[in-house]
Structures are given as C-alpha cells and as structure tokens.
Design a binder for this molecule. Structure first.
Ligand SMILES: NC(=O)c1ccc[n+]([C@@H]2O[C@H](COP(=O)([O-])OP(=O)(O)OC[C@H]3O[C@@H](n4cnc5c(N)ncnc54)[C@H](O)[C@@H]3O)[C@@H](O)[C@H]2O)c1
Length: 407
C-alpha cells in the first residue's frame, strides 16, 4: 500500500486528504505523517485522523515517515519549497493548486522536476466535475468544430469571495492574488478544453469593493465594534472547526482567520478581466468578480460548427436545480439541450472522483483529467502574466516568463 505524507494541516489538507485517507481510503493508501509550521493545527488534524504522526520539521518527515509520495496543501507561496525538496529527496509530489504563485518559482519547480526525474501532479479538481468533463467530451466529439473564441465569466459571492480578503489570500506575495489562486482552476479548464497553449495577454484589475472602502471597520471580526451592523461579520467561534483549527492556533503563528475585509493593506484585486491569445488563434475573454450577489460561472465556446453555452450557479437562483445544462447551437438553427444529473459531495462530486483516480486507480483517465506540472505551469502563468500586465500596463507574452524550456 502506497504511503503519503502531508504538508499543511488547514481546511483543504484535512477535508480533501487527511480525513479521506484515514477513513474511506484507509485500505488503499496510508497517511504516514503531517507537517505544518503551526503545530497546534497539525495536532488538531492528527486528533481527527486516527492519530497520524505529527512531525516537527519537513526534513524529519521526509527522513522518518517512510512516505513514498508527498502531498502539498500548505499556503500557496510555500508550495515550491516543499515540491522541490521532495523531488530532490527522490519522491513524487501531489500538489494542491496553484502549483505555485509566479514564474520564478514555477521555473524552479520545472527545473527540479527535469533534473531529478521525479514527477509533480497538480490536483485540478475542477476537471473532475462531470459537468466540465462533459464539455470536454462534446468538444472532442466535434460538436462545435474548430474553436475560434471562448468567453468565461466567473462570479464569487460576498460570502466565499469575501473570505479571500480575510486571510493570507489577500496578499499578492502569498497567493498571487485571485488571478493565480482562483483563476488557475479556470485557466486550466480552458487550456484543457482547448488543447492549445496561451501565448499572449492583456489584463486589467482593480479593488474598489473590498479594501479601505468604508469607515466602519476594525482589525478583525472577533473584536470589531461593528459586528452587529456589518454584513461581512464572520464569527470564528460559530463552528468547532474554525475555533479548534484557527482561533486556538493563533498564538503559534499569528494567523487570524477573520481579519477585516476593509483593511488598508489588502493588495489583491476584486475585479479582474483578461484577454488571452492562444497558439492556434483562439481568443479568450475572461472575467472574475469577487463581490457578486450570487456565485457561479458562465462559459460560451464559439466554433466553426456552432456554439456551446454552459453555466452553473452555486447559490441563489437555480442553485437547487437537479440538473446542469449544456446548450449546443448548430449552423442549421437547431438548439440541443443536454441535461446532466448534479452529483452530491464537495466541489460538485469532483473531489471524490479525483481521490479515486489518485489513490485507488479505479477511475480510468479517459479524458486526461490528471494534470501534470506543465498544466500547473501554463494555468498559473496566465495569472502571473495577468498580474504583470496590470502592474506594468502592457501586454505580456507567456514565453517571456519561461526560462526553462518545457516540452
Ligand atoms: N482544489 C481546491 O478546490 C482547493 C480548495 C481550497 C484550498 N485549496 C488549496 O489548498 C491549499 C491550502 O488552502 P486552505 O484553504 O486549506 O488554507 P488554510 O489557511 O486553511 O491552510 C493552510 C495551512 O498552511 C500552513 N502553512 C503556512 N505556512 C506554512 C509553511 N511555511 N510550511 C508548512 N505549512 C504552512 C498553515 O499553518 C495552514 O495550516 C492552498 O494551496 C489552496 O490553494 C484548494
């Protein structure tokens, strides 16, 4: 049975990896260790996961746990360090998205992978949603013909979207901003659907909703004078998970899970748009809004044979619909509607399917859903290039950012 050790003991590490590996998958894979700079959090994870051993350093975990593979689920800007150290120790790596946050770190990962011969897999769970997978199939089956353009709009609401402005995600240097942290999923989906490489882009970004846009604000929700009137009030004591994993762990590293979304020092954008030119000439127009009244996405794909439209709403109107719908419009004036049953489970059932493919191998990879470092790189580099484009007010070529030639 293959042995895995985990870096990071936060929300994703617990729910996506540690709990399933020590419960539903315990006969197929073994979790042999966890390391997090916050030892309180690592111990809390261990308590909930059959006492998985907690290590005091990553080096110790590499040497003593007996792991065959390392899972990286720490904060984004730390991924590169653990990926490279694990590769150099002779181990393959499973990394949470984004693989890393900028091109310098990305180039270092690609170089280390090439030098060591060990492999990085990036867990793009969005590819495993049966809805996004069906879009891939329809494109492969030729329903839209050669793709000419894609339009994608992604909406984060003022619950989920706001949460990125409460903690580490709110600093470009820790998350790469939402164009890397969040959009890496979306750019990966598009890259995967198109099977084309992004060449060049121009982006815009602003922050006019969160950040210092109101006077009635505090340092954090827990001690804020405006708790009763602020619609963004987040009660860190309400759920045991937040209390145990974050509030009680604050003394170890000063990670406050409920900082004010109207703080001065937030430096990520809340409103973003990107235009990308791809290698076969496809044009992408993309936008990400982090303050939408409802959460979801819309995509339209225009091709030589017709047009595909899909949209998904996670809350608000339509969220409770039993089906997802894809609409196809062909050149004979026909409209075809495809209905897909919605699956239960986290991220639309995708996390479960991804774990089966990763740890059990009983789900065949017919559509190439398992993503490698190249996919990890190309999706994060669109976000990184977009950040550069916004900062320098210019177009950016993806080729400018890759110092390491990757096949
Ligand atoms: N695929 C998805 O759907 C999905 C969803 C959520 C999060 N994620 C990814 O999972 C990762 C973790 O996100 P999260 O929401 O669990 O965040 P989190 O803040 O809950 O957990 C992050 C953990 O990293 C730890 N950490 C910080 N610095 C570290 C360091 N130098 N070394 C080791 N550990 C360190 C923190 O102490 C914390 O326990 C991120 O990369 C995020 O992008 C993916």
């Amino acid at each position: 049975m293959k042995k895995y050790a985990l870096v990071g003991a936060g929300n994703r590490a617990l729910h996506m990896f540690a709990k399933p590996l020590t419960d539903e998958l315990k006969d197929q894979a073994e979790l042999v260790g966890v390391y997090d700079t916050n030892t309180h959090r690592a111990q809390q994870l261990s308590l909930q996961c059959r006492g998985v051993p907690v290590y005091n350093s990553f080096e110790e975990m590499l040497q003593r746990s007996g792991a065959d593979e390392i899972i990286v689920a720490s904060v984004d800007y730390t991924h590169d360090e653990y990926i490279i150290r694990a590769l150099e120790a002779g181990l393959d790596v499973i990394s949470e998205k984004p693989m890393t946050i900028n091109h310098a770190k990305c180039n270092a990962i690609l170089e280390a992978e090439n030098r060591t011969g060990n492999k990085v897999t990036v867990t793009f769970n969005a590819r495993f949603n049966p809805y996004t997978a069906r879009i891939k199939e329809l494109i492969k089956e030729g329903y839209v013909g050669d793709i000419l353009s894609v339009h994608m709009e992604w909406m984060l609401d003022t619950s989920h979207g706001a949460d990125y402005f409460r903690r580490w995600h709110r600093y470009l240097e820790k998350s790469g901003g939402l164009l890397v942290h969040k959009s890496t999923h979306h750019f990966d989906l598009i890259n995967w659907w198109l099977e084309e490489e992004p060449l060049e882009l121009r982006a815009f970004g602003s922050r006019r909703f969160y950040g210092p846009t109101r006077e009635k604000r505090g340092e954090r929700c827990l001690t804020c004078n405006y708790q009763k009137e602020c619609e963004f009030y987040f009660d860190i004591r309400e759920k045991d998970f937040h209390q145990n994993f974050y509030l009680e762990a604050e003394g170890f590293d000063g990670y406050y899970r409920d900082q004010c979304v109207f703080a001065d020092d937030i430096d990520i954008y809340d409103t973003m748009s990107v235009n990308v030119l791809y290698s076969r000439g496809t044009q992408l127009s993309y936008s990400l809004t982090a303050h939408s009244p409802y959460e979801g996405w819309k995509v339209s794909i225009n091709g030589t044979k017709g047009r595909l439209e899909a949209s998904n709403t996670y809350n608000g109107a339509n969220a409770k619909a039993l089906h997802n719908e894809i609409k196809l419009f062909n050149r004979s004036g026909e409209e075809i509607t495809i209905k897909l049953n919605k699956l239960e489970g986290s991220h639309g059932g995708s996390d479960y399917l991804l774990r089966r493919m990763l740890f059990v191998g009983d789900v065949p990879d017919r559509l190439g859903q398992m993503a490698d470092s190249r996919a990890g790189a190309l999706s994060l580099l669109i976000g990184d290039a977009a950040n550069i484009s916004i900062a320098d007010n210019r177009s950016v070529k993806i080729g400018e950012l890759l110092s390491f030639a990757h096949a």
